[in-house]
Ligand binder design. Structure first.
Ligand SMILES: *Cc1c(COP(=O)(O)O)cnc(C)c1O
Length: 394
């Protein structure tokens, strides 16, 4: 195993350990526990004097391969695989905070992430200030004496705005706070938050990492010291561990991540360019297009575009529904990063619980649509959009 391997190589071989059978594909160790040859061996394992597993809630061989492979890809020292993306986010935030602490978070967050910081954390005496994360001055203004964590997602869901991760990290370092980045939309291939100065990265592995719509999963990555001090015990005792079966599924998924993301990005870019020319479309937001409002930050911190496109139809909700209903290949679904193209109308689905005002703040209008490109032939996808748009009146 070499740290210098490029991602496509790391993702096929990284972290692999083989049993005495020398299997080609990673094995699933679907076991809750582990046995010890002697009482002395059990004692030594529990004291931490010998390496090895103790109980699947703490760690297990298939999960360990997945965690190591993710560490290689991310350039992180250590990781914990969780049962879902939300288990990863919740663990990453709560494990390091106590009553009296304060979070500053960008308000453009995945719905459940926003609930964790806005509703759950305050129940335990952890305050949160939500800011428009696009402007660094807003982060600075929100800092309090007790600010311990900055939390953000970039690009954001669903409007694909970006946040200057290095800029936020610089502010956090001045006050000794930690930056947690939810890197789902960028994927680990196009953005490396740790290199940009963030301290902790979280993923919903449910998205591009599985990429084939099968299982939930998540992962928290950071340096060894932070994991040992904050996450290690929290993870062991609160039990958000990933199922070994899902760890195996995700290991197989991650082998093809670069191939899938490359194809999805090419299709998304073609769809964005096509939509930008259509009279029914008011606006297209696509990281990688020159007209993205924050193209300068994208050039600084991302090495690729996006597998998602956000766009606004002039005809509002009726037009959005008509387009979605007319598409034959893209399926209507709130998921993303799948090998199947998916499309969603945020105002009536993922963001329906926000007030009209909160949606407006996030740039979500009645005509906003989010498209997640799959791995189908991009000619078919663009042709499908061209045909379906005919049922939409400008
Ligand atoms: C899906 C998603 C999550 C939550 O992940 P689950 O695996 O569904 O729990 C968190 N953040 C972002 C940005 C997501 O897209």
């Amino acid at each position: 195993m070499s740290k210098n391997w490029r991602p496509a190589t790391q993702l096929v071989h990284g972290g692999t350990t083989r049993s005495q059978h020398g299997e080609t594909s990673e094995a699933i160790f679907l076991t809750q526990g582990f046995v010890y040859d002697t009482s002395e061996a059990a004692e030594a394992r529990f004291k931490g004097e010998t390496e090895g597993f103790i109980y699947a809630r703490y760690g297990s061989p298939t999960n360990d391969m997945f965690e190591k492979r993710m560490c290689m890809l991310e350039g992180a020292e250590d990781a914990r695989a969780t049962a879902s993306g939300m288990a990863a986010v919740t663990a990453a935030i709560l494990c390091q905070l106590k009553a009296g602490d304060h979070i500053v978070a960008a308000r453009a967050l995945f719905g459940s992430c926003r609930w964790v910081v806005e509703t759950l954390a305050p129940k335990y005496g952890i305050e949160c200030t939500l800011v428009d994360g696009r402007d660094l001055a807003n982060w600075e203004k929100a800092i309090q004496k007790n600010t311990k964590v900055f939390f953000l997602e970039s690009p954001t869901n669903p409007t694909l705005e970006v946040i200057d991760i290095a800029g936020v990290a610089k502010l956090a370092n001045q006050i000794g706070a930690k930056v947690v980045v939810d890197n789902v939309f960028a994927t680990p291939l196009f953005q490396k938050p740790l290199e940009l100065g963030a301290h902790i990265v979280v993923y919903s592995a449910t998205k591009h990492i599985d990429g084939q719509g099968r299982c939930l999963g998540g992962v928290v990555l950071s340096d060894k010291d932070w994991i040992n001090e904050h996450l290690h015990d929290y993870f062991r005792h609160t039990g958000p561990a990933m199922s070994p079966f899902n760890a195996w599924t995700l290991l197989k998924g991650i082998e093809t991540l670069p191939l899938r993301v490359r194809q999805q990005t090419e299709t998304a870019r073609r769809v964005a360019d096509f939509l930008a020319e259509q009279p029914e479309v008011a606006k297209v937001i696509y990281p990688g297009r020159k007209d993205h409002p924050q193209a300068d930050i994208i050039a600084k911190q991302m090495t690729g575009g996006s597998t998602l496109v956000a766009f606004e139809l002039k005809g509002g909700k009726d037009a959005a529904f008509a387009l979605q209903n007319a598409l034959k290949i893209a399926r209507i679904s709130n998921n993303l990063g799948d090998s199947k193209s998916l499309i969603t109308h945020p105002a009536t689905t993922t963001h329906k619980n926000l007030t009209d005002e909160a949606r407006e703040e996030l740039g979500i209008s009645a005509g906003t649509v989010r498209f997640s490109a799959g791995i189908e032939d991009s000619d078919d996808i663009v042709e499908d959009f061209a045909r379906a748009l005919k049922s939409v009146k400008a």
